[in-house]
Design a protein around this ligand. Structure first.
Ligand code: NAP
Length: 460
């Protein structure tokens, strides 16, 4: 895949970048290994100070960085500014709480004393997606730098300017060379890099195919991997839900980030008693969205991230219809240049149609009617994915009961799946393994080292 900025609102190529050569990559990995030797000996307050300065740098350059995001992957400018703020919050969060999360755990063995002391493992590789070009990097880099690891980041090939900007912000914040390194290279070369003995672990956020490739390399080389992959979140509406509130969140949940969100609400599972009311209101509100230039503050739905992504989603819609699904709203590409798709609702999907089990990564909602709560749970779990999900009901204990029965890493009651620095994020089944964010997110690439002081008497 060429490393290029393409404005997906016009499909014009803005600029192209050369991939790094093998010797340049080798030098970058060597520099990271050297940086690790120094960084691992620094104290937590020193590391925290760097992370706070990175957060400050992000906030100070918010508008310029957000403009880059919007240019490179089509996110609405206001949402891109929100992403920069969230990313800064994540750096501040780990700077403020990292030392507490990484404190020694004192054990009470049968004799003598012992502690578990978290210690760093070394140079890590992060393979990151384009859909949240700063936030995804923040949730990998911030906890790992706090532990004392150093990071190499292979970003998606369609957001090179964002990738370069993040590395620059680290340098401006006073980060030593090698602490945070951007690698401009293709996905296939990133997989091969996992075998480099100087790299101790890999974290990938992206598709199942890329995750499987990286995890296979990691397994072959006995290294740990963390995978945050796709999702097909169920959005369950029970008969006692506040329907107006559910519809408002349904629109946000499906169209946030132009629908290109791993935890977007993708399957709207509504019990029969309220299905007509929900569908009628959902159609009206989705259909009224103003589609257009993501730089224009009046726009409510921007283009998809690339022409390829838009063509793929349009093909999924056509295939579903060919197999017998109904288009309840939209269903077409928007006329004119750019990677635009109309907000769309598909009905009548059945498990005999391949699309039923696929992720719809854009503004296309799958609408499903079910008889009752039990049927909603069965349908929600009939997915290869297990990332997030949500339940709408005015009875919170009922919502918790449903949440207990969903096979996903996250469930939200009366809200679409969401994220913030202090909530753990991750999935199960085909959505990957491991967690990012919150205290759990700092534990993935840590050597939990036991230090034991023996009793003077020999137990044997
Ligand atoms: P993708 O093609 O897998 O790309 C993600 C990253 O993986 C990019 O940096 C890409 O590089 C790289 N890559 C591609 N093939 C690779 C390979 N064989 N070996 C190593 N790296 C490889 O994913 P995408 O389609 O752009 O991103 C959308 C997917 O990510 C969706 O499925 C979405 O649900 C998922 N996602 C998940 C989460 C989560 O937290 N669970 C968050 C966001 C997105 P190139 O760009 O150079 O190909």
């Amino acid at each position: 895949m060429a490393i290029q900025t393409i404005n997906s609102a016009t499909n014009q190529v803005v600029c192209s970048f050369e991939e790094m050569t093998d010797p340049a990559i080798d030098a970058a990995v060597a520099q990271a290994a050297t940086a690790f030797d120094a960084w691992k000996t620094t104290a937590y307050p020193h590391r925290a100070a760097l992370l706070h300065r990175v957060a400050d740098g992000l906030r100070a350059q918010k508008r310029a960085l957000a403009t880059l995001i919007t240019l490179e992957m089509g996110k609405l400018l206001a949402q891109a500014e929100g992403e920069i703020s969230l990313s800064a919050d994540i750096f501040d969060y780990y700077a403020s709480h990292g030392a507490e999360f990484l404190a020694d755990e004192t054990l009470s063995p049968a004799f003598g004393s012992a502690v578990v002391r978290p210690s760093p493992v070394g140079v890590l590789l992060g393979v990151e997606p384009w859909n949240f070009p700063f936030y995804q990097v923040a949730r990998f880099a911030a906890p790992n730098l706090m532990i004392g690891n150093v990071v190499l980041v292979k970003h998606a090939s369609n957001v090179p300017q964002c990738a370069i900007a993040i590395e620059r912000i680290f340098h401006e914040a006073g980060g030593a060379a090698g602490l945070y390194t951007n690698l401009l290279l293709s996905g296939a070369r990133a997989s091969a890099l996992v075998g480099d003995p100087r790299i101790k672990g890999v974290s990938l956020t992206g598709s199942e195919a890329a995750g499987a490739s990286v995890a296979a390399e990691a397994g072959k080389n006995l290294k740990k991997s963390v995978l945050e992959l796709g999702g097909s979140d169920a959005f369950i509406v029970l008969e006692d839900a506040d329907i107006d509130q559910a519809v408002r969140w349904a629109v946000v949940g499906r169209t946030n980030n132009n629908g290109e969100c791993c935890v977007a609400a993708k399957r709207f599972i509504v019990v029969e008693a309220v299905a007509d009311e929900f569908l009628q209101k959902f159609k009206v509100q989705l259909g009224q969205l103003k589609v257009g230039d993501p730089m224009d503050p009046a726009t409510e739905l921007g283009p998809m991230s690339s022409e390829v992504a838009a063509a793929q989603l349009a093909e999924q819609v056509q295939r579903a219809v060919h197999d017998g699904a109904q288009v309840l709203l939209g269903g077409h590409r928007v006329a004119g240049p750019g990677a635009f798709i109309e907000p769309t609702i598909l009905g009548g999907l059945t498990s005999a149609m391949p699309v039923y089990y696929e992720e719809l990564f854009g503004p296309v909602a799958a609408f499903c009617r079910v008889a009752d709560e039990a049927a909603a749970i069965v349908l929600a779990n009939d997915s290869p994915f297990g990332l997030g999900g949500s339940v709408f009901t005015q009875d919170v204990s009922r919502g918790q009961r449903v949440a207990d029965q969903l096979d996903t890493g996250m469930v939200f009651i009366n809200h679409p799946t969401w994220t913030q620095a202090d909530l753990p994020f991750g999935g199960t089944k085909g959505s990957g393994y491991g967690r990012e964010l919150a205290a759990l997110g700092i534990e993935e690439f840590v050597n939990k080292k036991l230090i034991r002081v023996s009793a003077l008497t020999d137990p044997f």
